[in-house]
Design a protein around this ligand. Sequence first.
Ligand code: BG6
Length: 482
Amino acid sequence: MTNATTEPHLFVILGGRGDLMHRKLLPALYRLYRRGLFPAGCCFLGAGRGESTDEEFQEYARGSLAEAGFTMTPDAVRWCNESIFYQAIGGDDGYRKLADRIQALEQARDLPGNRIFYLALPPSVFPASIEGLGETGLNQSAGWTRLVIEKPFGRDLSTAEELNRLVHRYFAEEQVYRIDHYLGKETVQNLLVFRFANALTEPIWNRERVERVEITVAESLGIEDRSGYYEKAGAMRDMIQNHLAQLLTLTAMEVPGAFEADAIRNEKVKALRAVTPLQPDAVVFGQYTAGEMGGKPAAGYRDEAGVAPDSETESYVAIRLEVNNWRWQGVPFILRTGKRLPRRTSQIVVTFRRPPVALFAEFRGESVEPNRLVITIQPDEGFDLSFEVKAPEEPYRLETQYLRFRYADVHTGLPDAYETLLLDVMNGDATLFVRADEVEAAWHLFSPLLENRPKVYPYAAGTWGPKEADELLGGDGPWATR
Ligand code: BG6
């Protein structure tokens, strides 16, 4: 989000040999390097409990780039070999060794002491890592120090509060960057621009004009090889508390006083706090059973490797909620996400109220179609605004047509969310990161559903979720599925 110039720094990734580093961080860092965004001297230090030499780690980095589809040009090889290093931090003095290595690298590369620590780790080891950094004095330096924490941040409200307390024991909130990669997506950021840079949007973005809002993140993938994590998380922790909550806040928030991190985050927190407590009868949990995906048989959730045969983990959630403020009172907001749904699509659908007088009812059957704005976050990023037109010739007939915008029609390729977010951390722009009070407000809203879990209904893989959700979602189901 920022255009500022990056200052020389050392980028430390705890969990250096982990999946996130391999699949996302290394390719994103390399793309930023290719854009010329690292000043001279910047380097990357992977850290982990396992032993590895710098050379082995550089080979690992080259493998990650090759897997991400980059050609291993001499420049790519040089980048890996000259700016990527590894430090093992197993044992009692692991963080001491890390501190020594950081100092040595900073000296050798003439760096001013600006540091980023990225916790690309399983959440169970966040506390030990934060303590390790803090107790070794790595929370402060001669320059700036920033701490990046991956999701999920806590398992519920009390664990999130506890983690925030621990973080704040060593780091000021301004140093902390809680990641939600949805905020790094161009189309998610575009929500702010679409809403606040267009004079047409805001006057109709309220209860007077909007009938309902549906936010859907549908995935066709199952849980892949992540049963260990997913069994304990479920869709509530994996998607709703973070990604869908973020889409909700950006859709529902008030106009911020300024385009800056805290002004925006203040409004997001207010929107979350305005949501009325969730009602059990406005929530449906589901779990996929065996079905068919793209004409091929697909296993049920309980048959996935590592899943308990009687697991009650939800792979689908639909929630109807209300944002109880002057702008939105009475407008249903529907959040819906699930795995093994028929196709991958993330959309925000705003359905506007119909005209107050049904002047054309006789030409359109039972009633005129409402105008709809469909914001597609992925894939096929863009939006469609539907409106009614007269079909040519007689008899008099109305039909629905669309104003359509697609990023792909005007731009080649969108940056990866991690690329955007890493650059923002490097430049100290926290706008796209989740503040402590925001993460707690989201847990405050959703934790009750984790304590009093609704019944989990089955749905066949390759369908749009349990039939029990249909009524909740509004008669013939959400528009996004069409
Ligand atoms: C992750 C979840 O945070 O987001 C995954 O852990 C999910 O389960 C993924 O598949 C979805 O992200 P995207 O960017 O593919 O929509």
